[in-house]
Design a protein around this ligand. Structure first.
Ligand code: SAH
Ligand code: SF4
Length: 398
C-alpha cells in the first residue's frame, strides 16, 4: 500500500494476507535493497503463512532494523473476532470485523464457519459482504449489499481460524469443542467458498486469495481441498478452472429454467443449458475431479421423484457428484425443508443412476451457521425482535 493511501486509513495496514508482491513493495518502501527483495519477501511469507507469526519481532532470521522498520509502518493484524459461537456438534461460527478502510469506518462484518470432522476440518469463507444475487431460499441474499472482500480479508479468515484452532506450530487448540488432531492432521485442511457472497462476482480477489492458500510456501493447501461454489456465473468458469484450478461446486437447485429463474434469479442471465455447457468445458474436470452439483431440498418445490429423474438426465455425461442439501430455514424464509422420506426417495433415484449423492448433514443449525444462514450481527439484531416472535429460535451471539 502506498504511504499516501496508508495515511488515509485509520490503522497501519496489515501484511497478514498480503501477496508476495505486496510484501516486496512494503520492503522496498522501508528501503530494503532491490537485490534482497525476493529473498526477504520469501522469509516474511514463510513466517506469516507457515509459522503464523503475529509480531514482526518473532521473525528470528530477519535483521532487527528491517523488522523495526516494518513494525513502524505495518502490522500483522487479522480480522477481529467480534463473537464466537460453538454449536453442540462442534461447528464454530465467527463474526469477524474487518479493519476499517478509512478513519471512522467501523469495518465490515462477515461470518466464517468451521466444520470439524475427526481427521479433517473445513473452513467456509465469505467472499463478499452480503450478496447481490437474491436467491429466494438464501438468508445472505436478503442482506443489503455492502462490498467485495479483498484477497487479504479472505486469507485473513483462514489465518484467524488457524490462530483460534491452534493450527499453527506451537498453537494450543481450544478445549470447548471438537478440533481434529493427530500426526499430520491439519485443523483447517479444506476451504470452501460457501459463506457470504458470490465468489465469481469478486473473481480477481478470490483468485489472489486462492493463490496464497494453495502456494506451497503460502498456506500450502492442495487445490483439491479448495472448493469454489457458484450460483452459476457461467462465463467465469473457464477462467476459474484455468487460473485457479480448484474444485468446483455449482448451485443448481432446479432442473428447469422456469423454476430456477425463481430460486436463483441469475438463471435468467445464464440459463441451465449455458451453465451446464460451461461445466462440460470446465478445465480439469474428470471422473477423479468431479464437479459437485448442490441441490437444496425444498418441500413441494423441487423434491419430486420426477425432478430427481430430470436431474439425472440433465447431468448425463458430466463428471458430477450430487450434493443434496436439506434446506436450512431462517426467520421469515418462504420455504420449508423437504420431508426426510422425500429426500430419501430423491437420493435413491440419483444413487440408482450411478451418482454418489450424499445428503449434506446440516451442521451448526443451532447457531444459524448452516448453509445460507450467514448474516451479519447488525442485520440479525434488527431481525431479532421479529425472529423471536415468529420462530422462537435462540440465535443470539451474546
Ligand atoms: N454464492 C455461492 C456460494 C455461497 S452459498 C453459491 O450460491 O453457490 C453456498 C451454498 O449454500 C449454495 O449451494 C447455496 O445454494 C446454499 N444455500 C443457500 N441458502 C441455503 C439454505 N437456506 N439452506 C440450504 N442451503 C442453502
Ligand atoms: Fe448469493 Fe449464493 Fe446466497 Fe444466492 S445462494 S444469494 S448467490 S450467497
Amino acid at each position: 500500500m502506498s504511504p499516501a493511501l496508508a495515511s488515509l486509513t485509520a490503522a497501519p495496514p496489515s501484511l497478514a494476507g498480503a501477496t508476495r508482491a505486496e510484501i516486496a513493495r512494503a520492503l522496498a518502501e522501508i528501503g530494503a535493497p532491490e537485490r534482497e527483495l525476493r529473498m526477504r519477501a520469501g522469509q516474511l511469507w514463510h513466517w506469516i503463512y507457515h509459522r503464523g507469526a503475529r509480531e514482526f519481532s518473532a521473525m528470528r532470521n530477519i535483521a532487527r532494523p528491517v523488522l523495526d522498520a516494518l513494525g513502524e509502518r505495518y502490522t500483522l493484524a487479522r480480522p477481529e473476532i467480534v463473537a464466537e459461537q460453538v454449536s453442540a456438534d462442534g461447528t464454530r461460527k465467527w463474526l469477524l470485523r474487518m479493519a476499517s478502510a478509512y478513519p471512522g469506518d467501523r469495518g465490515a462484518e462477515i461470518e466464517a464457519v468451521y466444520i470439524p470432522e475427526t481427521a479433517r476440518g473445513t473452513l467456509c469463507v465469505s467472499s463478499q459482504v452480503g450478496c447481490t444475487l437474491n436467491c429466494t431460499f438464501c438468508h445472505t441474499g436478503t442482506q443489503a449489499w455492502a462490498r467485495n472482500l479483498t484477497a487479504a480479508e479472505i486469507v485473513g479468515q483462514v489465518l484467524v481460524a488457524r490462530d483460534r484452532l491452534g493450527d499453527f506450530p506451537g498453537g494450543t487448540p481450544p478445549t470447548d469443542g471438537l478440533v481434529p488432531s493427530g500426526e499430520g492432521v491439519r485443523a483447517v485442511s479444506n476451504v470452501v467458498f460457501m459463506g457470504m457472497g458470490e465468489p465469481l462476482y469478486n473473481f480477481g480477489n478470490v483468485r489472489e486469495a486462492i493463490a496464497i492458500l494453495t502456494d506451497g510456501d503460502g498456506l500450502s493447501l492442495s487445490k483439491r481441498r479448495v472448493t469454489v461454489s457458484t450460483s452459476g456465473v457461467a462465463p467465469e468458469l473457464a477462467r476459474l478452472g484455468a487460473e485457479c484450478g480448484t474444485m468446483l461446486a455449482v448451485s443448481l437447485h432446479a432442473t428447469n429454467d422456469a423454476l430456477r429463474n425463481t430460486l436463483v434469479p441469475l438463471n435468467k442471465k445464464y440459463p441451465i443449458k449455458q451453465l451446464l455447457q460451461a461445466c462440460r468445458d470446465y478445465p480439469g474436470a474428470s471422473n477423479a475431479r468431479r464437479i459437485t452439483f448442490e441441490y437444496v431440498m425444498l418441500k413441494g418445490v423441487n423434491d419430486s421423484p420426477a425432478e430427481a429423474k430430470a436431474l439425472v438426465r440433465l447431468l448425463a455425461g458430466l463428471p458430477a457428484k450430487i450434493n443434496l442439501i436439506p434446506f436450512n430455514p431462517w426467520p421469515g424464509s418462504p420455504y420449508e425443508c423437504s420431508d426426510w422420506e422425500a429426500i430419501e426417495r430423491f437420493s435413491d433415484i440419483v444413487f440408482a443412476a450411478g451418482y454418489a449423492s450424499p445428503v449434506r448433514t446440516p451442521r451448526g443449525r443451532d447457531i444459524l451457521a448452516a448453509c445460507g444462514q450467514l448474516k451479519s450481527q447488525t442485520e440479525r439484531l434488527r431481525a431479532r425482535a421479529r425472529l423471536m416472535l415468529e420462530e422462537n429460535l435462540a440465535v443470539g451471539l451474546d
